[in-house]
Write a protein that binds this ligand. Structure first.
Ligand SMILES: CC(=O)N[C@H]1[C@@H](OP(=O)(O)OP(=O)(O)OC[C@H]2O[C@@H](n3ccc(=O)[nH]c3=O)[C@H](O)[C@@H]2O)O[C@H](CO)[C@@H](O)[C@@H]1O
Ligand SMILES: C=C(OP(=O)(O)O)C(=O)O
Length: 430
């Protein structure tokens, strides 16, 4: 099993290129299932969740390969689907596999998808995905760990979903994406109320529109979709939006270590809440259309925040910002409102000397002048990133174990950090 070995204490300097967003790439790979013509995606990040999704698609009979000529390109072809089932062995490693449900049901009228495995950051049910598809006429049963879904028969004897007005009980990102993909091939109009507004949703909608879908209101709380009978290949390859969480992670790393780093291919307009908080720490942040520069020196100031849906402060940045607070001057209150169990990094950060008290959904962090390196264990994706940031500032050597969590969602993080002057290497304990 791989580990990251970090010798802390070096400020970060230079330039780093931000990859395409994991959370846009995953639904967009699944969108290939909607159409019998080829789909080409560019700016596809190299990470384990993408590899798993390609495996899920291949299991169904689709062509799904990274191109050999261009490393950020993936070519997909779902003209040859032989199975509409997503098995447990693949789905258990990645909750986003639920995103095949909407496309399969919309195009083939049937789908069998394993319930995603228990995930460390919370119980993460998919009841809203199911409720929405039922509102579109689907018959859904959940048995033996599988969601079995069947679209209703129309007058012509075909299995097609019917457009519906759907109000989800809460704002759900993958729920919105799944229902949007289900609706593009449904008969009639679907209105998604209480839709998520995360930038990955308009990015997916733009891809679907390029494939012939009729969608309005993406990026707002009300998305209107007029179903069409078939989609086609987009004229040009779709370029996946920049990963705002990867960008935010590098910004936090610099706020913690000090230094001067420019992120290339990054979107500051998707990071307003995070950049505001970084400025409160004392970091100087400037930005252009596709770059962000952060300059920091000395100890940051502690900054309180509360996670919430976009455009507010993202839960996917909570752990990384907690790491900054660990070595800040002052104390900060962090409230996690999205996931009920997303403080697992706390105990590991405390192993490095951090002072944190958790009370339910709130963590009080009192900054300390220095952390000291130790062996720590990654428990989930962003928890891993917080431990890397803490390791970069800690005195001495930090060994981050179980980094398969990190590899799920970061594109060559240690190589990018090394390019900025960090002393970090991947080691194997076998
Ligand atoms: C692949 C992907 O894009 N993952 C992101 C997506 O996850 P994901 O789409 O799974 O997160 P949701 O937005 O659905 O979850 C928000 C909240 O709603 C609850 N809920 C959701 C659906 C449902 O059917 N029932 C239900 O109760 C969840 O348990 C959670 O408490 O958004 C999260 C919140 O920004 C991010 O942390 C994840 O990185
Ligand atoms: C929680 C995350 O991802 P996922 O929804 O894929 O588990 C994340 O990206 O921080």
């Amino acid at each position: 099993m791989d580990q990251l070995l970090i010798r802390g204490g070096r400020p970060l300097q230079g330039e780093v290129t931000i990859s395409g967003a994991k959370n846009a790439a995953l639904p967009e790979l699944c969108a290939a299932l909607l159409c019998p013509e080829p789909l080409v995606l560019h700016n596809v990040p190299r990470l384990q969740d993408v590899a798993t999704t390609l495996k899920v698609l291949r299991h169904m009979g689709a062509g799904a390969e990274r191109s050999t000529e261009r490393e950020d390109e993936v070519r997909l072809d779902a003209s040859t689907i032989t199975s509409t089932e997503a098995p447990y062995e693949l789905v258990k490693t990645m909750r986003a596999s639920i995103l095949v449900l909407g496309p399969l049901l919309a195009r083939f009228g049937t789908a069998r998808v394993s319930l995603p495995g228990g995930c460390a950051i919370g119980s993460r049910p998919v009841d809203q995905h199911i409720k929405g598809m039922q509102a579109m006429g689907a018959e859904i049963t959940v048995e033996h760990g599988f969601i079995n879904a069947l679209a209703p028969l129309n007058a012509a004897g075909q299995r097609r979903l019917r457009g519906a007005r759907i109000t989800t009980d809460m704002v759900t990102v993958t729920g919105t994406e799944n229902l949007m993909m289900a609706a593009v091939l449904a008969e009639g109009e679907t209105v998604l109320e209480n839709a998520a507004q995360e930038p990955e949703i308009p990015d997916l909608a733009e891809l679907l529109i390029a494939m012939g879908a009729r969608i309005e209101g993406h990026g707002t709380h009300r998305i209107r979709i007029q179903g069409v009978s078939a989609l086609h290949a987009p004229v040009r390859p779709h370029h996946i939006v920049a990963d705002r969480i990867e960008a935010g992670t590098f910004l936090c790393a610099v706020a913690a270590t000090g230094g001067d780093v420019t992120l290339r291919h990054a979107r500051a307009d998707h990071l307003d809440a995070v950049i505001d908080k970084l400025r409160e720490t004392g970091a100087a942040v400037t930005a252009g259309e596709d770059w962000i520069r952060v300059q920091a020196s000395g100890r940051p100031r502690a900054v309180s925040f509360r996670t919430s849906e976009y455009p507010a402060f993202p839960t996917d940045m909570q752990a990384q910002f907690m790491a900054v607070n660990c070595i800040a001057e002052g104390a900060a209150k962090i409230s996690e409102t999205i996931f009920e169990n997303r403080f697992m990094h706390v105990n590991e950060l405390m192993r490095l000397g951090a002072r944190i008290e958790v009370d339910g959904h709130t963590a009080m962090v009192t900054g300390v002048p220095r952390l000291s390196g130790a062996t720590v264990m990654a428990t989930d994706l962003r928890a891993s990133a917080s431990l890397v940031i803490a390791g970069l500032v800690a005195e001495g050597q930090t060994l981050v174990d179980r980094i398969y969590h990190l590899d799920r969602g970061y594109d060559r993080m240690e190589a990018k950090l090394r390019g900025l002057g960090a002393d970090i290497e991947r080691v194997s304990n076998r």
